[in-house]
Design a protein around this ligand. Sequence first.
Ligand SMILES: *Cc1c(COP(=O)(O)O)cnc(C)c1O
Length: 482
Amino acid sequence: MSNVTFLSGEKIPLEMHKIRMVQKINLLPNEERLKSMKEAGFNTFLLRNRDVFLDMLTDSGVNAMSENQYAAMMQADDSYAGSETFYRLESVLQDIFKMKHFLPAHQGRACEHIISQALVKPGSTVLMNYHFTTTKAHIALMGGNVEEIICDEGLKIESDAPFKGDVDIDKLNEAINRLGKEKIAFMRIEAGTNLVGGQPVSMGNMREVSEICRKNNIPVVYDASLLSDNLYFIKVRDPKYKNVDIKEITREIASFMDIIYFSARKLGSARGGGILVSDDMLFNKMRELIPLFEGFLTYGGMSVREMEALAVGLTETMDINVISQTPIFIEALSDELAAKGVPVVTPAGGLGCHVDAKQFCSHIPQTEYPAGALAAALFIASGVRSMERGTLSEERNEDGNDRLAEMELIRLALPKRVFTLSQTKYAADRLAWLFNNRHLIGGLKFVKEPKVLRFFFGRLEAIGSWPDVLAEQFRKDFGDSL
Ligand SMILES: *Cc1c(COP(=O)(O)O)cnc(C)c1O
């Protein structure tokens, strides 16, 4: 793969691609970054991209595409019904996953909507290794409950467990006994567990979970949005799979699942999404909903051009030199931050580098959103846009109090094949400066708070004048340098 060792002994994540199309980005001066953060209500989702230097908010829909993906877009077959593009995409998916049916949807949460509509009854429970924001919202919308049964290691910031996304088998058995199998709508396994730091799930764990659920007639649903990183980790962290082809690994995973869905904004480096299922009854149940919510069955809300790009992107995902790029860059960034004393989630996972705001801002109580404050401070210090994944991303309890998140993280996402090594080093350097000045960071409070998914467009303000003080310190230390 593409980690190479230099003469000095230094390990470098070497790019196995060259860049042939670029986009100019701007690094605003510190005062202007402070101003735009204030205008954005201290919510990195509300920043305008023209004010952002390195956009590490998410990889969703912003991964770099290959020349073959762009070329494929030109041969898309535009038609409402029966497009050849659909059949091309369907056959690629059937070949990779060996599942019978494919239903297109406009993105990952649309699949969650369809699956929840079809399977979740009021009062039923969905078991999962860990929730994702949109997943939980769709299950709640149908009157269902979410119960997380991730292994204890998954919620530890520092660990050397290779598969921290694994389901705790004892908790699974206990939940089935306690709730009764007929009360469990489905078991959801999320690849590359997003909210605990992009942590993978092991093959052995998926096999075991599937065996138990199938014995109890509980459908196993796989969220494959972050599959590509998870595939890489199975290959490099599980000695049994060292010599197994990526496609074979994928097919083995799929054999344990009853439904697979994905956001193609992540998997396949395009846009869109889809659901795979083999069982005819389940398929029929979900199929009815596609024309109602998504679009006709041969496009499901996607543009044909995106579908062509996706078909090629999925094929390229089966290449280890393609899918290793992101995780080895994330590891390099995490190692660099750890070496500078910055608390990061270990082992490094997929999706991005995850910084522990609980330790970083240990002086800020969770009710003042330490991870949100850190994300705002990082933007002021660097122009890097990260994402809060902590209490701010939760919803309030019925009593109106904040539900305190188990982890307070900020994620520096590395969209696939977008940033260079010097750009990631820049982010690490400014974050290290911030760590040395962390006492200057203060809390946040809401001024406008939506009820559902408040982190997307809620507005906050700083408690006290810490952002100004922080910006002043930055100018003192860096002088003319932006
Ligand atoms: C992004 C994501 C989703 C939702 O996908 P969208 O395309 O953004 O709607 C679902 N699950 C996981 C694990 C994700 O990372």
